[in-house]
Design a protein around this ligand. Structure first.
Ligand code: FAD
Length: 318
């Protein structure tokens, strides 16, 4: 996709006016269902059971971001409590302490209040702490998503702080940020779970690589740092070149299957997910659900011309 079209799509992803228009289109729900596993806890739990039965793990994201009031942040926290309780009630085999947990939730700190004036950082940290406590009791992992670069320092500080009590707490690093190779070095220590992705926001040249080849090269450098480190790399990409390089890297580092995992998004390259799982790899699917699908959906359209084409074809009814 051209850089201009991608930037335009990503700007649209943050436009409340376009959100009102697009979410009212009668076709939207059916089209969105390709990337989003429903709007209710019951629907996402059903999708989870199907994925677990197929030998894949899950990370579930309650959609929503950029919460602008405390009530919204508290409502998100309540949704995560309900979700974790429902996941905790699923029948599953015992997971040994320290072992890979098949169930995980992903959280966006901006949905938990990070952008609220004055004490947003502390509010988001407290909400995230409560989610970690509930998840720990239910035998579920948590990973904190990465959002735009203005939030990175606050987000990583919160992760570092919460890891004192919840050492399994994961963080996401975005290879398109110029700082990320250093962040990988700083965060590749024992027990550290890092999900490495390319990055999905429209970032300025001053902080991010904007050229695709540069982003891809950065991803491979960062992956090399994580694979050589002592933590648990989570390789979040659909890119065949990344998946091949990761396979070579983990072999060279003599990592066992339970010492890394592949991750992909719900509805994207499902056959490749199955192939990797059938070959004995751990594969986790990031499963979003909820009413506030607009920003997430638009970022998926911005990633790939075929995704945008799929939406436009549905729009004109062909
Ligand atoms: P791209 O460079 O987009 O694609 C490379 C190649 O992958 C394509 O050429 C094609 O061969 C293949 N491919 C990609 N999409 C498809 C498709 N639909 N069908 C078939 N082939 C395809 N971003 C954030 O900014 N913050 C986050 O917290 C975050 N969390 C994520 C969690 C997970 C588990 C994943 C998988 C991604 C996450 N992302 C996040 C999104 C990520 O940053 C990228 O925007 C997204 O994954 C696309 O990059 P890519 O690595 O798949 O490769």
């Amino acid at each position: 996709m051209s850089a201009v079209l991608r930037s335009t799509m990503l700007a649209a992803a943050r436009s409340p006016r376009l959100e009102r228009t697009i979410t009212r289109l009668p076709l939207s729900r059916a089209v969105v269902a390709r990337f989003v596993a429903g709007t209710t806890t019951e629907e996402v739990v059903r999708a989870t059971e199907t994925l677990l039965r197929s030998g894949r793990f899950v990370s579930i994201d309650y959609l929503g971001e950029d919460t602008s009031d405390l009530a919204g942040a508290e409502a998100t926290l309540a949704q995560y409590r309900t979700l974790i309780a429902a996941l905790g009630a699923l029948p599953r085999s015992e997971v040994a302490p320290g072992a890979v947990r098949p169930l995980e939730v992903s959280v966006k700190l901006s949905a938990l209040g990070q952008a609220l004036p004055n004490d947003g950082h502390a509010i988001a940290r407290e909400h995230a702490r409560q989610i970690c406590a509930a998840a720990e009791a239910a035998g579920i992992w948590v990973t904190v998503d990465a959002e735009d670069h203005t939030t990175t320092d606050s987000t990583l500080a919160i992760v570092r702080e919460l890891r004192a009590d919840y050492p399994w707490l994961g963080a996401v690093l975005q290879a398109y940020l110029r700082r990320t190779e250093d962040d990988c070095r700083a965060m590749a220590g024992p027990g550290s779970r890092i999900r490495l992705c390319k990055g999905a926001y429209d970032e300025p040249e001053s902080v991010a690589f904007r050229d695709k080849a540069e982003v891809d090269a950065s991803y491979l450098r960062c992956l090399g740092v994580l694979t050589a480190g002592a933590g648990y790399p989570m390789i979040a990409s659909h890119d065949p070149a990344v998946i091949t390089a990761a396979g070579v890297g983990v072999q060279a580092a003599q990592r066992k299957t339970e010492e890394y995992e592949y991750q992909m998004l719900y509805g994207i390259r499902a056959e490749e997910q199955q192939r990797l799982a059938a070959a004995g790899n751990h594969v986790r699917v990031y499963v979003p659900y909820g009413d506030q699908w607009y920003g997430y959906f638009m970022r998926r359209l911005a990633e790939r011309p075929a995704n945008l084409g799929f939406f436009l074809r549905a729009l004109v009814g062909t």
